[in-house]
Design a protein around this ligand. Structure first.
Ligand code: HSE
Length: 430
């Protein structure tokens, strides 16, 4: 049987998962594909530690470039992460016309244009299924299954760590730090936790999804990003009283020739499917013109689920090479149009506002007056009876309003003498 040689760069959690997955299901893959995937080399700076899988010692090397150059390696699997050496090695492999599989969302979000162009110029395959959604084949669904559709919107819970933290804060009343530590111990968090909790990991994934849905790779620095670090437990509780759950969402929405790409904590109605995605799970909801709403759910991170998607990409490449059809699919679709990212100040959505005034007569009227003067219509108001240190939280849910109007109203509200703490502003979607 024909073989396809795999060179693994990075022997960490996912790398070891790929080895385990191949050992477990390699024969079955060979049967399905008519090509046998064979692991030829593994590069890592640490070739001593036990990863829970057995590999021949001569397969291991600290010289990643030698793995890329090895003529026995047909597919380079980049699982190093980051944008330093990983970028160099990916470009080096593509320059040789070798197929590349990567799970590196930061690399694609920041250097996608360069990498896709290199793949194009050398007619090389680049697959990145595991960069978004771990074990969920959402990239494949967008690239292939939905190829006949115009995507209207994508809503994603794309970071297991954040979703785990939010679930623990809500259901167990856990403090933010305790829940984060748990997630780190479970092996879901990034080495730098700021990438998870400040929303950047989700933003990188949002850029990849938006590029697939709308063609041109979008620039990562145009994405509006707010994480969950500053979120108060009280807001999770008030949201529930109104019938919402707070999730860190990636929101990608087309509006004419503009596209909204934003990441922020978001109130989603309890009866929305996204509201029932708890713990480390991820979900992506795609609305498109022909298929209408489709939902993809599963493990968004972790050793074997992520390895499953990496191996799925290797399977595609094996099929392509067996039929002499490398580069049968461009990295990101061409749509013939260029969409610009809509500034967040132009976004129209509904808002949750928590105001913290002193308990004095007439304060509520001042708030409603300021909001009304800017055309911001109120849907419901909740005022907590008991004052805490002289504060009485007032929670307002608005109808759809323009973000810049809401910002200006909040500035005015926060400047009032009666307001003792900055207003909390969250958005409502789905
Ligand atoms: N840190 C990421 C998460 C890992 O928590 O979802 C998968 O990209």
């Amino acid at each position: 049987m024909k073989e396809i040689g795999i060179g693994l760069l990075g022997f960490g959690t996912v790398g070891a998962g790929v080895v385990e997955g191949l050992q477990q299901n390699g024969d079955m893959m060979a049967e399905r594909l008519g090509v046998r995937p064979v692991l030829r080399r593994i590069a890592d700076l640490d070739i001593e530690s036990d990863r829970g899988v057995t590999v021949a010692a001569e397969m291991l090397t600290t010289d990643a470039a030698a793995v890329v150059d090895d003529p026995q390696v047909d597919v380079v699997v980049e699982l190093i992460g980051g944008t330093g050496i990983a970028r160099e090695l990916v470009l080096k492999a593509l320059a040789q016309g070798k197929a590349v599989v990567t799970a590196n969302k930061k690399l694609l979000a920041e250097y996608g244009s360069e990498i896709y162009a290199m793949a194009e110029a050398n007619q090389a395959d680049i697959y990145f299924g595991a960069s978004v959604g771990g074990g969920i084949p959402i990239i494949k669904a967008l690239r292939e299954g939905l190829a006949a559709n115009r995507v209207e919107s994508i809503y994603g819970i794309l970071n297991g760590t954040c979703n785990y933290i939010l679930t623990c804060m809500e259901t167990q009343g856990q403090a933010f730090d305790v829940a984060l530590k748990d997630a780190q111990e479970l092996g879901f968090a990034e080495a730098d936790p700021s990438l998870d909790i400040d929303g950047f990991d989700t933003a990188h994934k949002a850029v990849i999804l938006a590029s697939l849905a709308y063609g041109a790779p979008l620039s990562a620095d145009k994405v509006h990003v707010e994480g969950i670090r500053g979120l108060h437990k009280a807001d999770l509780e008030y949201a529930l009283e109104f019938g919402y759950r707070i999730k860190l969402l990636a929101i990608i929405k087309r509006d004419g020739d503009q596209v909204e790409v934003r990441v922020h904590p978001t109130l989603v109605p309890l009866d929305s499917m996204l509201a029932s995605v708890n713990g480390v799970f991820n979900a992506v909801m795609v609305d498109s013109d022909l298929a209408a709403e489709t939902l993809y759910y599963g493990s968004g991170a972790g050793r074997l689920p992520t390895a499953s998607t990496v191996l799925g990409d290797i399977a595609d490449i094996a099929r392509n090479q067996a039929k002499d059809a490398s580069h049968r699919m461009s990295a990101v679709p061409r749509t013939g149009e260029t969409l610009s990212v809509k500034p967040v100040s132009d976004v129209r959505t509904r808002y949750y506002l928590r105001l913290m005034p002193a308990d004095k007569p007439g304060v509520l009227a001042q708030f409603t007056g300021i909001l009304g003067a800017r055309g911001i219509s109120i849907e419901s108001v909740l005022q907590k009876g008991d004052s805490v240190d002289g504060h009485v939280p007032v929670v307002i849910i608005t109808h759809e309003a323009l973000e810049s109007d809401v910002d200006a109203a909040i500035q005015e509200i926060d400047a009032l003498d009666a307001v003792l703490e900055g207003t909390v502003r969250l958005r409502i979607e789905v």
